[in-house]
Design a protein around this ligand. Sequence first.
Ligand code: PLP
Length: 296
Amino acid sequence: MTLPFTLLIDPEPADSTRTDFVDTFHEIDSGAPALRVAELSTQRGDGIFETLSVVNGHPQEVEPHISRLVNSAQICDLPVPNPAQWRAAIAYAVDRIPGEGELALKFVLSRGVEHGPAPTAWLHATRAADFSAVREHGVKVITLDRGYPRGVAEEAPWLLMGAKTLSYAINMAALREAKRRGADDTIFLTHDGYVMEGPTSSVILRTDGRYVTPAPSGAILHGTTQQSVFEYLTEHGESVEYRDVTVDELRSADAAWLVSSVRLAVAVTALDGVEFPHDDELTRTLNASLLARTGS
Ligand code: PLP
């Protein structure tokens, strides 16, 4: 089968008793018009999404991605997705896309058409960009103030922190700001100096012999790749920890990584213009273990 591959999905309610979803899937030509002009995902970014990686025919971390989609829907007051339907849609796509190489499979749940009766959903698979150079050589990173204090998710739930919404314009602007400053990527900080996440990645650092990531308290996403990395590290006898991390602690860490589903683990090699220590051997090992995952 060729790429891109696109499937429109009629979303089933979460409590549906249906077990066969095939007639809710409609394969469409990826180049053909598919969304209505009044679609709220395009007009307002009002929807949620997930991107998972498919490596040599194996979709990665399906259950954590579906759980996060459900969590995002709850935060956004969207109809709760039916996990069995999304599981079936992913399996349907994986059966029809090439079984070798690295692919990115994005799935979207939108509030639908303005005044329309139902949410809109689709899934879209493409070949992943080639990240081999960045996995090998790492990224220069700047820190940027996200403009909110720690605890914002609890104090202001309407900001939808912690939901993976389609409103990624700020995240993309932060990457452009990094480029303007001669860097490749960004780590967001709370206004009061705590490490959050990258615009498209989670942050892991190594300090005092432990691997630490900011606690997914509600203001950041719980990264599926970060969870896989922590599983790998734990299995290999390392200590891992979720907790608040200050920017000073990040600056004095002895290694740090940005991790995400498709790019996988990339080492931070410079932070705010200052060279940053990196562990190239461990980065290679982590990526090899991430690429070897066959479960879901
Ligand atoms: N944080 C943000 C804001 C993201 O957009 C992403 C991935 O796109 C992540 C973290 C990492 O999540 P995952 O490892 O599940 O891809």
